[in-house]
Design a binder for this molecule. Structure first.
Ligand SMILES: Cc1cc2nc3c(=O)[nH]c(=O)nc-3n(C[C@H](O)[C@H](O)[C@H](O)COP(=O)(O)OP(=O)(O)OC[C@H]3O[C@@H](n4cnc5c(N)ncnc54)[C@H](O)[C@@H]3O)c2cc1C
Length: 346
């Protein structure tokens, strides 16, 4: 990115603040935005500058009220009737206006399909760089660079990318990798702006929104995930994984190998090309621990691995490594958990 063209304003001292673009739909804030607010307030403390939440919508006072309890220093709320549905043209125009007027040093977006459409357009219009799909961020107070880490070369190594010649420094961040911001009692001040926007400026229009008929699994929200890999043998092995997940009150995850074999739907896949998760408990059953899987679950609070090979990479990562056959260990675990539950209810 060091060769990127220099943007309109090159005096970096004019830039301050860590901004997060807040994504919402059907009255709900996307969880990644709450995660990014937490990250922005942390980075802002290091940078010694304010944190901002930027949100577009129309008559969304309830959402603004909810956002105001996450400890951000200021909320910029752009209210316009053309923001009822997402439009790349309208959103890009007004986001560029926000950047030009407030000059944030860093701008963060969720790496959702929305963020992946919107953020590159804004970066190109402003003339700055964008690091997509980051899994970690750090702020270097000395030279005021955002260290943006993401998997590279097929996930075989982690690359830390900087944007030395342009401002703001922009990144999209994968859902589920950062910790959610804590709710606070105090409320953030809100700057409400009615932007100038006309329908003629919107070339691509949303005609209607059709709900996805395919049932997706929200692993990012789950506190407990039991995942199955090739070691479970075949498709029927997922009955065992599901039973353990049910007993624990968790969701079912999977490695890409089993998704590609057609044993389970792609929405269950954890990893670089699946979902990133950070549950309280992750149980990896018959999963080797390839780097592309690990990048999606290594931040879990507690990892239990069940594998017949004690030298499998997942066994080194796990907080508790059980060497054994999944077909023997899992039924034993289920039995013990069920009898412990029965004792509890006595
Ligand atoms: C660009 C790219 C992106 C990728 N993205 C992803 C991704 O998002 N997610 C992902 O998971 N992978 C991804 N992969 C694939 C990844 O590299 C691995 O191939 C995959 O994770 C392996 O899945 P697995 O662990 O289930 O299978 P294997 O690697 O075959 O491991 C099976 C494990 O089960 C154990 N085992 C076998 N039998 C038993 C038994 N009876 N009891 C207990 N243990 C047993 C074995 O010892 C072994 O450790 C990606 C690869 C590439 C190149």
């Amino acid at each position: 990115m060091s060769n990127a063209r220099v943007n309109e304003i090159t005096d970096f001292s004019e830039y301050a603040g860590i901004a997060v673009f807040v994504q919402h739909q059907h009255g709900k804030v996307h969880p990644v935005s709450i995660e990014l607010i937490g990250e922005a307030t942390r980075l802002a403390q290091k940078a010694g500058s304010p944190s901002y939440a930027v949100i577009f919508g129309n008559k969304i006072d309830e959402i603004i009220d909810a956002i105001s309890h996450y400890g951000v220093d200021r909320i910029f709320y752009y209210d316009h009737e053309l923001f009822v549905t997402y439009s790349t043209d309208a959103y890009t125009k007004i986001m560029c206006e926000f950047i030009r007027s407030q000059k944030p040093e860093v701008v963060l977006f969720g790496a959702t399909s929305f963020g992946r459409d919107f953020a590159p357009r804004v970066a190109a219009r402003i003339g700055t760089g964008l690091t997509a799909d980051c899994t970690a961020l750090e702020f270097d107070e000395q030279d005021r660079k955002l260290m943006q880490t993401r998997p590279a070369f097929g996930g075989n190594l982690m690359a830390t990318i900087i944007c030395p010649d342009n401002r703001p420094q922009m990144a999209t961040v994968r859902p589920g990798v950062m910790r959610k911001s804590e709710c606070v009692e105090t409320q953030s001040p809100v700057v409400k702006i009615t932007p100038e926007l006309s329908e003629q400026e919107i070339v691509a229009k949303t005609i209607r929104i059709v709900a996805d008929k395919i049932k997706t699994v929200s692993l990012a929200e789950a506190d407990i995930i039991v995942s199955g890999g090739r070691g479970i043998g075949d498709e029927s092995g997922f009955a065992l994984i599901k039973k353990l997940a049910d007993v624990l009150g968790g969701a079912v995850g999977a490695s890409r190998a089993v998704v590609e074999s057609g044993w389970i739907a792609p929405s269950h896949q954890v990893g670089q090309t699946g979902q990133t998760v950070r549950p309280k408990l992750y149980v990896a059953c018959g999963i080797s621990g390839a780097v592309q899987h690990v990048v999606g679950m290594s931040e879990s609070d507690c990892i239990i691995a069940i594998n017949k090979n004690p030298n499998a990479p997942i066994m080194k990562l796990a907080h508790l490594a059980i060497t054994g056959d999944v077909h023997k260990v899992i039924p034993e675990l289920i039995e013990q958990l069920e009898s412990a539950k029965a004792e509890e209810t006595c």
